[in-house]
Design a protein around this ligand. Structure first.
Ligand code: SAH
Length: 372
């Protein structure tokens, strides 16, 4: 059999240290890595020949040995509230989604870390798709790279230019189950030679992979959000099955340890409000007790429905009362405003995959949630 030619390295996969090591392999100095890093991420450049302050001979060498392979855009949907959802091809008939939530002149980018997800939380559309694969670092940071181009934030772009100043890893997948690639991508997001984002404005959201919370604290502390969704193990085991492996007691302890090095002095607990399941007064009171020793804020997320979910969102009045109990105990609470649900871009609705897993041998045409 003919050997398959190895793909050329994708320079989007490297953080600065990785890029410098790769340049050293070519016999080039570290400042070349910095230069190229800036071209790629600050200028949004994917053409070595356009890197005018890089020596012509080096440009040619780079062109022969490497690529800047950005994600392939399959679809661009704009919600009536301005939220944009992009569908990216990740090969093998799979796609992932990225959501941009604008605020005046800037905005938040919600980035995916895996194609599909293995955790299978009871209320999440992505989990229903099963797990396909981890995204490469370049596919993760590539979502930001392409968003900046599409939003006109790079020099020379046409429309006015919006800047992504907030990144949340709250798209498809469990970021801490793809630890190394996520950390490499985070380093690029934070690097002054690339996006220069503040640690406080880059958030990793996890369903609670407890040992990886410690690793993140040691290797790349950024803002942390934990998807809590239940105040006790019995209920959380059902809603967030990874709780069976990493129960609440250990999770709370990991949150406390994280705070020793976190860029913010609180952990955000996300809590999806599901009618009649986890939204009672007693649940709220139990949450107050559970989180007593953790400096935290709560973000209540009205459950976003998707086909065959079999769950409903708590009524507005219930959410208000639930929030009131937390507030009365001194906890800061926000209730997330649902954005972009007319293009299925809201939390838990991301299901960009195009493969029909129930009939693996046949492919369906490109399909996303809004069509099902
Ligand atoms: N795996 C990570 C990040 C992805 S989900 C995590 O669990 O944190 C981002 C947030 O959306 C999580 O808090 C998740 O619990 C929430 N979410 C998932 N499905 C939802 C739904 N249908 N409605 C509202 N929020 C949902």
């Amino acid at each position: 059999m003919r050997p398959v030619a190895a793909a050329m390295p994708n320079l989007l996969d490297y953080d600065l240290a990785g890029l410098a090591a790769w340049f050293a392999g070519l016999g080039e100095k570290p400042f070349r890595a910095r230069q190229v890093m800036r071209w790629i991420h600050r200028e949004g450049c994917d053409d070595f020949e356009a890197m005018t302050d890089v020596a012509k001979s080096l440009r040619a060498k780079l062109g022969e040995r490497a690529e800047i392979r950005s994600p392939v855009l399959l679809r661009d949907a704009v919600s009536s509230d301005g939220t944009r959802k992009w569908l990216f091809d990740v090969g093998g008939a799979n796609a992932v989604e990225t959501v941009f939530i604008p605020a005046s002149g800037r905005g938040t980018l919600c980035v995916s870390s895996q194609a599909g997800c293995a955790l299978d939380c009871a209320f999440c559309a992505t989990g229903k798709q099963g797990f396909n694969r981890n995204l490469d670092a370049g596919e993760i940071v590539g979502q930001l790279w392409l968003a900046n181009r599409l939003l006109g934030a790079v020099p020379g772009a046409e429309d006015g230019g919006r800047v992504v100043d907030n990144v949340v890893l709250m798209g498809m997948g469990e970021p801490l189950a793809n630890f190394d690639n996520v950390v490499t991508a985070l380093r690029v997001m934070l690097d002054d030679h690339a996006y220069g984002l503040s640690r406080r404005r880059v958030t990793v959201s996890t369903a609670g992979v407890t040992p990886a919370i410690d690793r993140l604290r040691d290797e790349c502390p950024v803002a942390l959000a934990v998807s809590l969704h239940a105040p006790d193990d019995a209920l959380r085991d059902r809603l967030v099955p990874i709780n069976r492996k990493y129960p609440l007691r250990g999770l709370m302890a990991a949150c406390r340890r994280y705070l020793e090095r976190a860029p913010r002095d609180f952990v955000t607990f996300e809590y999806v409000m599901i009618d009649g399941v986890n939204d009672g007064d007693d649940h709220a009171r139990a949450l107050v007790a559970l989180t007593r020793d953790v400096s935290c804020k709560f973000n209540l997320i009205p459950f976003n429905a998707f086909p065959h979910a079999g769950l409903a969102c708590s009524p507005v009045e219930r959410i208000r009362r639930f929030a009131g109990i937390l507030l009365d105990s001194g906890i800061i609470v926000t209730t997330r405003r649902t954005r972009g649900d007319d293009v299925a871009a809201a939390c838990g609705q991301l299901a960009g995959q195009v493969r029909d897993r129930t009939r693996r041998t046949r492919m369906r045409p490109l399909q996303t949630m809004e069509e099902t």
